[in-house]
Design a binder for this molecule. Sequence first.
Ligand SMILES: Nc1ncnc2c1ncn2[C@@H]1O[C@H](COP(=O)(O)OP(=O)(O)O)[C@@H](O)[C@H]1O
Ligand SMILES: [Mg+2]
Length: 246
Amino acid sequence: MPLLEVERVSKDFGGVRAVHDVSFTLEEGELLGIMGPNGSGKTTLFNLIAGALVPDGGRIRLAGQDIAGLAPHRICARGVARTFQLVRPFAGLSALENVLVGRLYGRARGRAAGAVAEAERLLALVGLEDRAHEPAARLTFVDKKRLELARALATSPALLLLDEFLAGLNPAETASAMALVRRLVGEGITVLMVEHIVWALLDLSRRVLVLSAGEKIADGPPAAVAADPAVVDVYLGGAGGARARA
Ligand SMILES: Nc1ncnc2c1ncn2[C@@H]1O[C@H](COP(=O)(O)OP(=O)(O)O)[C@@H](O)[C@H]1O
Ligand SMILES: [Mg+2]
């Protein structure tokens, strides 16, 4: 059974079809990359899976159980964690405290023993071991992203949703963030990753899904997807592209 099954899911905002009839499955241990231009529905799809939004139609199953429409904390308790495109740690809490909050909601909730040691391990994993007692508000943008990841990992997720995790990183930071994502997959976490940096996504993923105007237009191995005429058209076509000029 796939870990995640998204079946004909749709979400409209007024007249805008943010996500339209999207289906895909994700096997345990897989890293699936999602790409698509701005406004193609990537974040909305994450919000539907994580429970921040309720789909207008379709089904979402985690390990065979329906989760569409459940409250975010219930979906988190079942093993789905996320980072946000617009980072938002609890500003007044220290980095360590932020990570401990994650523990309260995830699959390890209720287990207090070892919580601080585990939070310290996760801070070290993301490279924040020297920032544990710093208020989150004082962290740099990149460190806030790292903190969000540590907080998400503190929920002991089966499925991790990363929304533009590489955005705003310099080349060295991008390389280390990519290595970190690979390591998480190696530790058995299934990852669904939305990324604007196409080369990184193609490099990390064995399978890539492409959204355009809310619809899935491609789903397959990176090389095949990158060569798909529909995908090329979305990225190179349109108003400024070759087609418009032809
Ligand atoms: N909360 C919302 N209210 C109204 N429209 C929204 C909302 N969230 C997203 N949209 C619209 O839905 C479409 C998809 O947005 P989004 O999922 O954020 O795209 P992406 O993450 O791919 O850039 C866009 O047209 C966006 O303006
Ligand atoms: Mg987005």
